[in-house]
Every structure is written in structure tokens, then in C-alpha cells.
Write a protein that binds this ligand. Sequence first.
Ligand code: MLC
Ligand code: AMP
Length: 505
Amino acid sequence: MSSIVGNPLYDAILAGRRMGNGDLLTTADGQAVNDRQFLDHAARIAAVLDDVGVEAGDRVAVQVSKSWQALALYVACVRHGAVFLPLNTAYTPSELSYFLADAEPALLVVDPASAQAAQVLATSATADITVLTLGGNDDGSLADAARVISPATSVQTRDEQDIAAILYTSGTTGRSKGAMLSQRNLLSNAQTLIEAWQFSAEDVLLHALPIFHTHGLFVAGHCCLMSGASMQFHGGFKLDSVIADLPDATVMMGVPTFYTRLLDDARFTSRLVAHMRLFVSGSAPLLAETHREFEQRTGQRILERYGMTETNMNCSNPYAGERRAGTVGPPLEGVEVRLSGTDPETGVGTLEVRGDNVFKGYWRMPEKTAEELAEDGWFLTGDLATIDEMGYVTIVGRGKDLVISGGYNIYPKEIEVLLDSLDGIKESAVVGAPHPDFGESVVGFVVTNSPDQSPSEEELLAEIADRLARFKQPRRLFLVSELPRNTMGKVQKNVLREQVADLFS
Ligand code: MLC
Ligand code: AMP
């Protein structure tokens, strides 16, 4: 395979910034950050990385509030050749300890408020982990060090096959897997999306997604960084701030919850978004009904696309052609798709994808990698789909036991393992129930050892509260005498899903 030397990902970011007008972003509270400031800050952080002994290929685990300095930390890692490992800010210390043990980062960066807990975890880890802090207001030890250090002058050479990031994704076994993404994976997908969605230096993207996942960091972040576009950089999705900024934006990317929340607000009108050229939705299914309501209200059709942490973006409805509600469009340029195990009656099969976008495997899990990523490059997504004669892909369900709540993936197995480990619990089953705001929400069924002395729903929820990120915690737990099983003894989750189909409506 041919390789380009230099530092392809960093070079593409630099080239992208040269195309712009010098402005990178404005924060929701009005701070303007230009390209020079941003790149200088990234070079300073790169110097700090060097100073604390981070070497090319070392992992840098980051669990910090969203800020432009946190984005600069990502770019600093790319520049320095370190492997960026972002973590959801909702993860509890017990979840964090797993990632530290598995990834063995050289550096852990956390919010100042979490410094003490992080130091305890780092001290008890087998790897030698330095802890630095970075707060949402550019406070903390990393921020202080970056302010006084001289910016790095050299850029680490990287091969495009080198790993640039590891993003953890939960799995059906309950153990999170680190998806290794190379410079090539990230760069090729960013270039494809910029072309497909016609990004230019004229664009202003309203960025309200978290930057610890593919959607906010690579899809939204790279499209702007590499095209010269600028961003309205929000700390999170706050309806009032989003509505205040929309008139000056040209593009917004979001999970379906963003769009349903906007539609629930009377201030969201066609006039408000007259200046917008593109709304993109992904990470979870967008209801065809939301798509239609959106068009009726604004006159604009949402562009739905489909991706995964392991693959970046695979399919997208066309920018110029027909955007079909309920479908995720044809494969993107350079991405191949096919179905396996197709049911001849329904045409539904398991979707497989192949292309430069597909990851290099799971960190230190060769068996798991071999199960899902074939040697010839085809990756088994676990999503069930149909493909029509025009090549449009429709995701009709999931072969994997997964709940997607507000765009966050939650694997029931992880919650079941935790519930089963509690005193007095015999077994449990966790399913997703339809939810008007989050699309799906987590609900659990629990069988206790002794019905006479069983813990209450509240007690059980309290017991898991500090061991599981809030978004993964069941919104309801039902104590039942047994779980429905088929003749093979397998829990019938479809029966449980039916029982809670109207729970949140
Ligand atoms: C927050 N909470 C959630 C939640 N987000 N619960 C379930 N599901 C979620 N997604 C909880 C909080 O803990 C809190 O609980 C309450 O909900 C409100 O908290 P909040 O901080 O006010 O959250 P809110 O602003 O409502 O957040 C909702 C959201 C956010 C939709 C804005 O979850 C979000 O930004 N989601 C985007 C996820 C994303 O980027 N996914 C991309 C993955 S990449 P309580 O009870 O304490 O009040 C990927 C690949 C691809 O999938 O294709 O893109
Ligand atoms: P993650 O593991 O967080 O990267 O989430 C990837 C999963 O999100 C995919 O395997 C799909 O199940 C789901 N997903 C992403 N985009 C869409 C979409 N547009 N429609 C339906 N499901 C989606």
C-alpha cells in the first residue's frame, strides 16, 4: 500500500485553515478564536505533551468539558503523533478505570474537578500515567503550562497508516472495545464528506455536538477544520443558544433529538433558518415523520447519513439529488456496501462495508477484530438493512443487541452484567423503549433471588448510580418473577420490548 509521509492529517488541517478567512470559531458566549490563535495554542499543547514525556504512538486519554482548547488538544495530539483517546464526560471513575487499564495511556487529561479521583486511578494503574487538567474556561494544569511554554516548532512525521485515535465503543459482550483509526481512515472520510456535502470557507457550522465521539469530532470537526469553514462552537445542545445562533449559520449537524427538540419550539421557523444551506442528521434513526415535519416547517429537507465509530461515515443521502426520508442514501464515494445472509422474502440482510474509512481493528483484541473485520477488508456492521435498485440503503433494524438513546450507544449486556452482580439479583434483561425525546430509553427487568426480601427499584437504581454513566442508567427497573424465554432458553427481548412499548408515550 502506498504511503504519504509528512503528517497527512495535520497537513490537511493546516491546508484547510489556509483556505479560510482566518476565523476559526466563535463560542456561544461570544469569544472569537482565529486560526493563528488556535494553531499557536495547539503547538503550545504539543510542546507540553513533549515536556511531560508523551511520545509518538503513546495514548493520550482525554475526559474534559467541551471547549475550543479541548479541540486544540486533539490537533496537538495529531501534530505530536500521539494517539487521541477521547472519553465521554459522563463516564464514572469506575468506567474510567477500565479504559486506563486497557489503553495504558501515557497521559490522562481531566477536568480540574476530577483531578483527585483521576490521580487515585492513575496511581493504582499498572501503566505510568501522568495526570493533567483542562477546564471548560481554560483553567487547569495543562492550560497553565500551555500559556507559558514556547510553541513546538517541529511536527512529528507520521505514516498515513499510523493510528491517530482510539475511540471506545461498547460491545455485545459488555466489554468496551477500542476502535483504532488511522490517519488514512480519518483523512479519507473527511475529504469525501467535504466534497459530498460541498463544504467551503464560506460555511459557518453550528457545532453543538460533544467532541468525544465520531460525529462531533471527526464529521463536524474535520469538515470545518479542513475546508476553511468556521464554527459557532457551543458547549452542548442548549435550545435557546442554538435558536439564537441559527440565523448566522449555514450548516448544522445533529442527532435526531436535536431536530425533534427544535420542532417542539415555536421559534423554529423557516425565517429563522433562511440562511441555512444544510441540516445533517445521523448517529440514530431519524423518523420519516420528523423528516416530513421538518420540511413542512422550514422548506428544507434534512440530509440523513449513516456511520459508525469503527467506519466513520458509510452512506449519505445526496446533497444535490433526492434525499429520501427513512433511508440513509447510497454509499459514499470510495465506500462499498453489501448484504450478507439476506432473507429472500424481505431482502433484509446484515450490512457489510469496505473502504479506506474502515478502522484498523480493535485495540489489543485480535480475536474480536477477526470476528468482525475480514482479511479482505469487509466489516460486519451488525446493522440490518435493505438496498434498493438505486443503491439507497435503508437501516431496518439491528442484529446486535444495542439501544441508542439521544445518539449515545448503550449495550444492554454491560448493564445486565452490573445488575446481575448486585446482592439479591438472580438475573436481568435490559431493553430499549421508544422515547419521545431520546428516540429510545433504557429499561430493565430484574428477577430477585428471594421475592420476600427483594431490594426496591429505587435501591437498585441508587446502587448502580455511581458505577454507570447517567445516560446508561435504566429510567425504570421492573421487578419480575421470571424472564420470558423461548424453547431454547433464550430471553425473549421482543416480548419485553412489547411490554414497554408505550411506557414513555
Ligand atoms: C443526557 N442524558 C441522557 C442523554 N444525554 N440520557 C439518555 N440519553 C442521552 N443521550 C441525561 C443526563 O444524564 C440527564 O439526566 C438528563 O439526561 C439531561 O442532561 P443534559 O445534560 O441536560 O442532557 P441533554 O442536553 O438533554 O442531552 C441530550 C443530548 C445529548 C441529545 C443533547 O445526549 C447529546 O448531545 N447527544 C449526542 C450524542 C452524540 O454525539 N452521538 C454521536 C455518537 S458517534 P438526569 O436524569 O440526571 O436529568 C456515532 C457514529 C455516527 O454514533 O454515526 O455518528
Ligand atoms: P456508534 O457505535 O456509536 O458509532 O454507533 C453506530 C451505530 O449507530 C450504527 O451501527 C447504527 O446502528 C447507528 N446509526 C448511525 N447512524 C444511523 C442512521 N442514520 N440511522 C440508523 N442508525 C444509525
